[in-house]
Ligand binder design. Sequence first.
Ligand code: GDP
Length: 215
Amino acid sequence: MARAAGNRNIQAKLVLLGDMGTGKTSLVLRFVKGQFYDYQESTIGAAFFTQVLSLNEATIKFDIWDTAGQERYHSLAPMYYRGAAAAVVVYDITSKESFQRAKKWVLEIQRQGNPNVIMVLVANKADLDTKRDVGNEEGEQYAKENGLLFFETSAKTAQNVNELFYEIAKRVAKAVPLRPGGMKLHRRSQERGRRLFCCSGSSPFGSDDCNINSW
Ligand code: GDP
């Protein structure tokens, strides 16, 4: 099944960033396992997950790094977002503070991350609309101004969670050009190819240009 989808197998590193408690782990667990826990244990350092998505145009294997949101782990963050093909910055719609923190992450990645990163702003806990502190249009407007994709999600109800990861997968597939004869690179495109297909995604370490691999 992994070989279907136009014979293109793409491995992509994805990182989740954002304040502690915004629902990063819950979003990943909803996506990878279809589960949700009202009392989700906090992540220490970072946690690693994988998930494969089959699109018509390619099969994408996501290596997902779910980072802890606490400030004391901040210095570790570059290890996870450098070399990431996609960065998902999460805030909680009931917390203005988490939205401000999300903006800081966006700035940091814009300054120090991979320049071609697919960046997504995620407004999570959409099921808590009655406690909302950040308007939908506020998040959407900020995303628009900064060239980010934007989704309002709920890990609890599963609202927009698959849609979020499918959209990223589609963008990743688009970023890897189709080549006649599958993933083999022609000599002239080797330099470019090395930049796209150079390192293993299962390590958090990576340089800025190691973001998408074939597998
Ligand atoms: P993280 O620290 O960003 O990884 O956040 P967690 O995934 O650990 O979630 C923190 C808390 O928020 C947990 O109690 C989750 O059950 C809860 N939570 C996460 N996502 C949602 C959501 O979409 N809706 C609601 N109501 N609670 C959520």
